[in-house]
Write a protein of this length. Structure first.
Length: 198
């Protein structure tokens, strides 16, 4: 269901399916996921602490034998490194290597940084959304936790070559629309575009 709330500064806050949407942030960014532009540049598999809940952790653990094909450092004869650090309240952080890159990231012969969870899902004809952490699937978007979640944009988005700040924040970029469509569904995106007048 779609509704509009009003923020403290009098700007409308769009709410779709119980999620508040920061339209100003969504309209401010252009995004294209092109692994080739990350060669030698910062990428979304580094510089972040990836938080997962217990359900996401269980899913990832089930894929460890499959991701070893891409990231051999994770396992050795089914004796897997502990790649998660508990931080409390059923939340865990995925480990990073000495270069601050997620342990599930790997580099191809073409020097593209990819996700072994994503690749393993594709190998099995599964949606990567069923395997990867939520925060990775929607990046550069963010979705806060809690009773009133808010969909917004990572404030560091301009640090990465796949994102650009739009000169005129009108409409939602097609790359951002595609991320929303894939993760939240066509009906969520359609209602959001109608409400936002896009």
């Amino acid at each position: 269901m779609l509704s509009t709330e009003w923020s403290d500064n009098g700007q409308p806050k769009i709410v779709v399916d119980g999620i508040r949407v920061d339209m100003q942030a969504l309209k401010s960014i252009q995004h294209r996921c092109l692994p080739e532009v990350c060669r030698g540049a910062p990428n979304c598999c580094s510089r972040y602490q990836i938080h997962v809940g217990e359900k996401e952790l269980e899913t990832i653990v089930g894929f460890l034998p499959l991701v070893e094909k891409y990231t051999a450092s994770i396992g050795n004869d089914l004796e897997y490194e502990n790649v998660f650090d508990a931080v409390g309240n059923g939340c865990f952080i995925i480990d990073a290597d000495e270069n601050e890159q997620c342990v599930f990231a790997y580099t191809t012969a073409a020097e593209e940084t990819l996700c072994s969870l994503h690749s393993a899902a594709i190998d099995l004809d599964l949606s990567p959304l069923d395997v990867k952490p939520k925060c990775c699937s929607i990046w550069p978007l963010t979705l806060s936790d809690g009773p009133e979640p808010e969909l917004s944009v990572d404030p560091k988005f301009t640090s990465f070559p796949c994102n650009r700040k739009k000169s005129a924040p009108e409409g939602i970029d097609s790359g951002i629309q595609e991320t929303i469509r894939i993760y939240f569904g066509e009906s969520f995106l359609s209602e959001l575009l109608v409400k936002a007048g896009c």
